[in-house]
Design a protein around this ligand. Structure first.
Ligand code: PEP
Ligand code: MG
Length: 756
């Protein structure tokens, strides 16, 4: 032990107990702070103990001191990065120095009278990865503080952070803290607009952070036991998740679990938490204390891979906190709330009651991922790729989700909130405008009828058909029913479901797509083998043909459901004509079987083919000779055309759909279909964006299928469009050498007063 500190380490436990006593006293904030610095100095045998608090303008202000001149309190200020205290504020790392004045960052402030003090130990006061202040002890004699002393000071800093953030010590209004520091000020982030619409509501965090209120341990061995038991439970939960995932998960989700397992079993992590408990914290406070370091590291980490890993560790700490405080895994949703998450799968979103969700904000996600498609189908405004929102949001904060611009506002200023309230009202008005043309057909000014269908997949989509006035269902994603069930839907359930869809559509056409599983669409109960490239793997029609029984079963359900009516079905991800033939042959077998059994048959069966793989675009004539209709799946076609993973936020928005090259391909498809006399439609997400829909009409598409919320805007645009004029305008544009013709099309729309 260092002779300068005879009682050092006598203990953080005693210190924490005394700290609690000070907190319980009915005294003013400044008095309390003074008491705290006295206490720390005495406990650590330090000649100086000072607390600096971060204020507006990124300044660290001396708020209390024992040992420095009292006149310096509220006078000495250091900006972040200035002096040793500022350096701790900048790096969020402790500084342990034998000879502080010799350090290159040292700045001398005469008002403090700190000349005689050589040794210096300073730690950041961290909350949620942000520096709220700095806590420093100093001694005259040059020496390096010991590891336990550093740990003790960090533990105290953690308690200080809780106190500062709760406003008990320094009233929050008294301290002008900038938005980067404490999540109490308005915060705005520009993400990417995933699903249109506006929402304003209370924040519900998908991984709701646990508020640890019990910080100081009463019974340390007992807390160590709780921590160990919590860790074991966490490890077991991860193990069982991994074994359950063995059969159904591959690729990235599995990697995340593997990383979890690695971290959950990391002895370094456990040791750091145990140490924090030994220093007098409760098990949950110890988890938070270590998590706080991780978050600080995360905010400084530039390497995306390492950031991800630190993020995993953060998630893991949240799980452990939940276990320790016995919190439920899923937060409660209230009417109109905004759900915030790092990322969500489609099933995770559906775990909530969609009727209650006002909007969704994702830190990651991708515009074409299935969770986005589900959000659009449910008309839930969604913004994705909103970097850093989770670090700035508190449960229950007011949140604005602007699904048109991609903006997210946390705790908006009064004026911003009023602006959005007005916008929401005007959206309502717009919806009234769409409602007014709901029963009118989409006919262009020069008399061309455009069929506007909806994409659907769940029972809850069906009422939209009437609500938005669609011409039919252009894409029914049958796999969604399979994905939301906990077991494989049986024949009767499938048949009943399809019949229900046809009933809801009444006379309007419905195009059922056969199961499009694999890729990112996994069944919770299915056995799917791990693949390195699931998007290019055994999915959609490939999977169906490799398991013909499943496909035939589904075909049987379609045929029975369509009794006496028209049945339209199509196959996804066909890459070559032979696959289409093979699938059609299975359908013929099923039809033959039903006939033999004298079962009721559909009045008419039409079989279509999706074009989602570029190779098939070069076999239109052959496919048209065998298919009754063709439907372009532009989401996948884009993915494979540009070799850009539609589910990967780093690249998914890299290429513009309005680029001459993909438009040329689409023009080729339309022309070939026209020559062959086979009807062609397009059913990707782009069909639902008025500008893109306009371009598609200009290319010759007369049938589009889109999310229900898009029917109104696209119909309004179509009814104001002079199609021939657009076609003439686009004629040469398609051959433009530009990367995208979006600006030109926008100009056309503006000149022709088209609402886009
Ligand atoms: C498509 O790929 O464009 C499509 C409509 O299918 P999904 O989005 O379901 O893959
Ligand atoms: Mg597809």
């Amino acid at each position: 032990m260092n002779p300068a500190l005879p009682h050092a380490g006598a203990g953080p436990r005693v210190l924490l107990r005394r700290l609690r006593e000070i907190m319980a006293q009915p005294i003013a904030a400044q008095q309390r702070l003074n008491g705290i610095v006295e206490l720390i100095a005495a406990n650590m045998v330090a000649e100086v103990c000072s607390i600096y608090v971060r204020r507006a303008g990124n300044q660290l202000e001396l708020f209390a001191t024992k040992g420095l001149k009292p006149g310096a309190v509220h006078k000495t200020r250091l900006v972040i990065g200035e002096g040793l205290v500022g350096e701790i504020g900048r790096t969020a790392e402790p500084l342990n120095l034998t000879d502080a004045p010799a350090h290159s960052k040292f700045v001398y402030r005469p008002e403090t009278g700190e000349d005689p003090y050589h040794s210096f130990l300073g730690v950041p006061v961290l909350k949620g990865g942000h520096v709220l202040g700095v806590l420093v002890v100093q001694n005259r004699m040059p020496r390096l503080y010991e590891e336990e002393e550093l740990e003790a000071l960090q533990t105290v800093a953690m308690i200080l952070a809780e106190i500062m953030a709760s406003g008990q010590l320094i009233h929050l209004d008294e301290t002008v803290i900038d938005a980067q520091v404490l999540p109490i000020r308005p915060f705005r982030q520009k993400g990417v607009a995933f699903a249109d619409g506006l929402a304003m509501g209370k924040a519900v965090l998908h991984a709701n952070p646990i508020k640890v209120t019990n910080l100081i341990a009463e019974d340390i061995p007992g807390e160590l036991e709780r921590l160990a038991a919590g860790l074991t439970q966490l490890q077991q939960a991860i193990e069982s998740m991994l074994s359950a995932a063995d059969s159904s998960l591959s690729g990235e989700p599995r990697d995340v679990l593997e990383a979890y397992r690695m971290f959950a079993n990391d002895s370094g992590w456990a040791r750091r938490m145990e140490e924090a408990v030994r220093n007098g914290l409760t098990a949950e406070a110890a988890v938070e204390r270590v998590q706080s370091d991780t978050r600080a590291r995360m905010s400084r980490q530039r390497d995306p891979y390492l950031r991800e890993r630190l993020h995993d560790l953060d998630d893991l700490a949240n799980r452990l906190l939940r276990i320790l405080v016995g919190a439920p895994a899923h937060p409660k949703m209230t009417q109109g709330a905004v759900l915030l998450a790092r990322n969500l799968g489609p099933a995770e979103l559906l775990d909530y009651d969609p009727a209650l969700i006002g909007g969704v904000v994702l830190e990651e996600g991708s515009p074409n991922a299935h969770v986005t498609i589900v959000a659009k189908a449910l008309e839930i405004p969604m913004v994705g790729m909103a970097d850093g929102v989770l670090a700035h949001v508190n449960q229950g904060d007011q949140v604005v989700v602007d699904g048109a611009s991609g903006e997210v506002h946390l705790r908006p200023e009064k004026e911003v909130a009023a602006y959005y309230a007005e916008q929401i009202a005007s959206h309502k008005h717009q919806r009234a405008e769409f409602a007014a043309i709901k029963d009118e057909p989409a006919v262009t000014l020069d008399g061309c009828r455009i069929m506007l269908n909806v994409n659907a997949g769940l029972v809850m989509d069906l009422p939209h058909l009437d609500e938005v006035g669609a011409d039919g269902i252009g894409l029914f994603r049958t796999e969604l029913q399979f994905m939301v069930s906990s077991t494989m839907p049986r024949l009767a359930a499938q048949k009943e479901f399809y019949a229900q869809v046809l009933d809801a559509a009444q006379e309007r056409p419905v195009v059922f797509r056969t199961l499009d599983l694999g890729g990112d669409k996994m069944l919770p109960y299915g056995k799917i083998r791990r693949e390195d490239n699931p998007a290019l793997g055994l999915r959609a029609i490939r999977l169906a043909l490799s398991r013909p029984a499943l496909l035939r079963y589904q075909m049987r359900a379609f045929l029975l459901a369509a009794e006496g009516r028209q049945l339209n079905l199509m196959f996804p991800m066909v890459a070559e004509v032979s696959e289409f033939r093979a699938a059609k042959a299975l359908l013929n077998l099923e039809m033959g079987r039903l006939k033999r059994l004298r079962q009721p048959m559909p009045a008419q069966v039409r079989v279509g083919c999706m074009i989602e793989v570029p190779s098939l675009a070069w076999s239109i004539k052959s496919i048209a000779a065998e298919a009754d209709f063709i439907s372009v799946g532009s989401n996948d076609l884009m993915q494979f055309f540009f070799a850009v993973d539609r589910g990967n936020p780093q690249v998914s928005t890299h290429y513009d759909f309005l680029s001459p090259n993909i438009l040329t391909l689409l023009r080729h498809i339309v022309r070939e279909c026209d020559v062959s006399g086979v009807p062609v439609s397009l059913c990707g997400e782009v069909a639902g964006r008025p500008l893109e829909a306009m371009a598609l009409m200009g290319l010759g598409f007369r049938t589009l299928s889109m999310p229900p919320a898009s029917i109104g805007p696209v119909k309004l645009m179509a009814r104001r469009l002079h199609l021939e004029k657009l076609q003439a305008f686009m004629e040469d544009l398609i051959d433009s050498p530009d990367r995208s013709i979006r600006p030109m099309l926008e100009k056309f729309a503006e000149n022709n007063r088209l609402p886009i």
